[in-house]
Design a binder for this molecule. Structure first.
Ligand code: EPU
Length: 422
């Protein structure tokens, strides 16, 4: 298994390009299953999760070609040959469950492995199931697989979700595009990835209103057609790299970044003393006068502070002046980076879903282990600010969600290299 060696070397400056959003692309790709016509995505990120979704779609009979060095995905689901998402693929990546709604809508049946828990929490599928059942699907759990049927077609309905789940919203909205009649989804998630999905579905001929609010209304249509769609910028990659000048000092311009994608996160950074301004090409972030000040954070569904930036924000708070309290409200086990940061000299106490971080003057390099995607990048951020060498092992987590991380950080002057396993 490869590792990454980071050597802290002071303030960093320059430009970092922001890729298309992993979590948008992972829901846009299954949308191809809704139509017989081709769907082309541009600005796709080059990530192992995208390769996993490619394999899953191909296992269902879809054609997926990766063009222009992976930035364009040309897909066609003209001839689907299977309606089963196999455990071997689903267990690798939970987002595989996003084929459930589209397959059910297009084929009237779908068999999708239950993903099981993962490092950050139990992550059940009950909200997906309840929403699809409200549209008339019959779903039962057999041998670890969800067997879903709607042989007479799905029917529009009014459904209120118990929690604004991102994935359940995506599955239900995709399924409802081909249902008979109108679906009103209440307490829907409002994340930018959902807005991006709806923009793409609309280009495919879907009739949808209210995306980005908590009530989404979908008027079912008989069929969807082909489209070309540009994947929205990755707000989590953006937020992660905004933390580079915040934690190391310096000034970095994030090309393609928009403040509207990271409003709540950006205002926390500003509160901590980081400067952020919009430029013609993106966002410029700088910290020039001493360490940041501690701020408290509570993770919440969008537009609240994103759980996917909590680990990275914790790395910053380890170097801040004062005491910071971070409360994780989305996932029940998302502080595994804390003991690794402690190995680097951080002062962190975790009690349940709350972490109390007392800033220290200087983190120290250490060998640390990545436990999940966002945890691994938080350790790299800490390594950039630490004195000495930090080796982050189990880098395959990072490859799931950050393209060319070494090259992007080298581009702003970081001392970072990937060590290939023997
Ligand atoms: N939940 C349920 N039942 C369900 C669905 C979700 O209890 O049927 C719970 C989950 O267990 C979790 C909470 O609701 O505690 C939020 O889950 P949600 O469904 O909103 O998340 P998701 O769709 O599984 C997406 C992202 C995650 C991101 C979350 C929250 C993708 C592919 N994944 O997951 O991204 O953390 O939304 O914003 O879009 C990451 O990129 O590192 C990542 C984990």
């Amino acid at each position: 298994m490869d590792s990454i060696l980071v050597t802290g070397n002071g303030p960093l400056s320059g430009q970092i390009p922001i890729a298309g959003a992993k979590n948008a692309c992972l829901t846009l790709m299954p949308a191809t299953l809704l139509s017989e016509d081709p769907l082309t995505l541009t600005n796709a990120p080059r990530l192992s999760d995208i390769k996993t979704m490619t394999q899953l779609l191909q296992s269902l009979g879809a054609e997926v070609s990766s063009l222009q060095d992976g930035q364009v995905l040309a897909m066609s689901s003209h001839d689907l040959t299977s309606h089963t998402a196999d455990y071997d693929i689903v267990r690798k990546m939970r987002a595989s469950n996003l084929v459930l709604g589209p397959m059910l809508a297009r084929l009237g049946q779908a068999v999708v492995s239950l993903p099981g828990g993962c490092a950050i929490g139990a992550r059940p599928m009950d909200l997906h199931v309840e929403g699809l059942e409200a549209l008339g699907a019959e779903i039962e759990l057999k041998d670890g697989y969800l067997h879903a049927k709607a042989l007479g077609g799905l029917k529009g309905a009014v459904h209120e979700m118990r929690f604004a789940s991102v994935g359940a919203t995506e599955n239900i909205v995709m399924a409802a595009t081909l249902a008979k009649g109108t679906t009103v989804l209440k307490n829907a998630a409002r994340e930018p990835e959902i807005v991006d999905l709806v923009n793409c579905l609309r280009k495919m001929g879907a009739q949808i209103a209210g995306e980005g609010t908590s009530t989404i209304e979908i008027q079912g249509v008989d069929r969807l057609h082909g489209a070309t769609h540009q994947v929205v910028s990755d707000r989590i990659e953006l937020g992660t790299y905004m933390l580079v000048p915040a934690i190391c000092g310096g000034e970095v311009e994030l090309l393609g970044g928009r403040k509207s994608l990271v409003e709540s996160f950006a205002s926390k950074l500003e509160e901590a003393g980081v400067s952020i301004s919009e430029t013609a090409k993106g966002l410029k972030v700088s910290r020039k006068n001493g360490p940041v000040t501690s701020v408290d954070v509570i993770t919440e569904p969008f537009p609240g502070f994103p759980t996917d930036l909590q680990a990275q924000m914790m790395a910053l708070m380890c170097t801040a002046q004062g005491v910071s309290v971070l409360e994780e409200r989305i996932f029940e086990n998302r502080f595994m980076h804390a003991p690794e940061l402690v190995r680097m000299g951080a002062q962190i106490e975790v009690h349940g879903g709350t972490a109390k971080v007392t800033g220290v003057d200087q983190l120290k390099g250490a060998p640390v282990m990545a436990t999940d995607l966002r945890a691994s990048v938080s350790l790299i951020l800490a390594g950039l600010a630490a004195e000495g060498e930090t080796t982050v092992s189990r880098v395959y987590h990072l490859d799931r969600g950050y393209e060319h991380v070494v090259g992007k950080l080298e581009g702003v002057g970081a001392k970072i290299e990937r060590i290939k396993s023997q």
